[in-house]
Design a protein around this ligand. Structure first.
Ligand code: 5GP
Length: 210
């Protein structure tokens, strides 16, 4: 069967551990490509331009919007974030499952544009653990931690728009669950219309040829 790449959106509260899950998924399996977003947020800790993000000025980002270079973009806690189109298209065409690690406004825009996008949401087991992880990360001021907790409460309102929810309690279990969900998606009838037509034609031909 000819496998086309699936477009997957992974969202999760800041501090849900989705970044670590993505790293593990890419390390353990070779059929995934992770899209690198553009953002106007400043690099954090060891982040490198072109690896975690393409870091842009507001003017540069607005130029990308104007030139139609982004699949979607959103404003998150005062900064722009967006998904460059070219890489995603190239990887999907080559048969890779492409993952966008983006927040909910972007997720819903992508789903509207490409209805067969698979939407996954990663959450820690509780709000207390989420806060603990955000504070423990030590890269944000308490002000930003509070902003992100408020944002998480807003995002929780949209959970039902996602296809699957993954509770990140144990990292390896979560990575395996994500991989299994994505692989199962390939067998959905709606993703295999071409094969279904082909086998129907073959069977009809067989009946006529009898
Ligand atoms: P952070 O600043 O913690 O790296 O990311 C903040 C939020 O922006 C996260 O929820 C992340 O998933 C989201 N994000 C990252 N890239 C994009 C993007 O290209 N588009 C949208 N809509 N959200 C993004």
């Amino acid at each position: 069967m000819n496998r086309r790449g699936i477009l997957i959106v992974v969202s999760g509260f800041a501090g849900s551990g989705k970044g670590t899950i993505m790293n593990e998924l890419l390390k353990q399996y070779d059929n995934y490509a992770l899209s690198i977003s553009a953002t106007t947020r400043k690099p954090r800790g060891q982040e490198v331009n072109g690896k975690e993000y393409f870091f842009k000025t507001t003017e540069e980002f607005e130029k990308m919007i104007a030139q139609g270079e982004l699949i979607e973009y959103a404003n998150y806690v005062g900064n722009y974030y967006g998904t460059p189109k070219a890489y995603v298209e190239e990887q999907l065409n080559s048969g890779k499952d492409v993952i966008l690690e983006i927040e909910i406004q972007g997720a819903l825009k992508v789903k509207e544009k490409f209805p067969d996008t698979l939407l996954l949401f990663v959450t820690p087991p509780s709000a207390a653990i989420l806060k603990e992880r955000l504070v423990g990360r030590g890269t944000e001021t308490m002000d930003v931690v509070e902003q992100r907790m408020r944002r998480a409460a807003e995002e929780a309102e949209g959970l039902a728009s996602y296809d699957y929810i993954l509770i990140n309690d144990d990292l390896q279990t979560c990575v395996l669950q994500m991989h299994n969900i994505i692989q199962s998606e390939h067998y959905r009838t709606s993703r295999n219309r071409e094969f279904m037509c082909q086998i129907k034609d073959e069977l009809n031909g067989n009946v006529k040829g009898e």
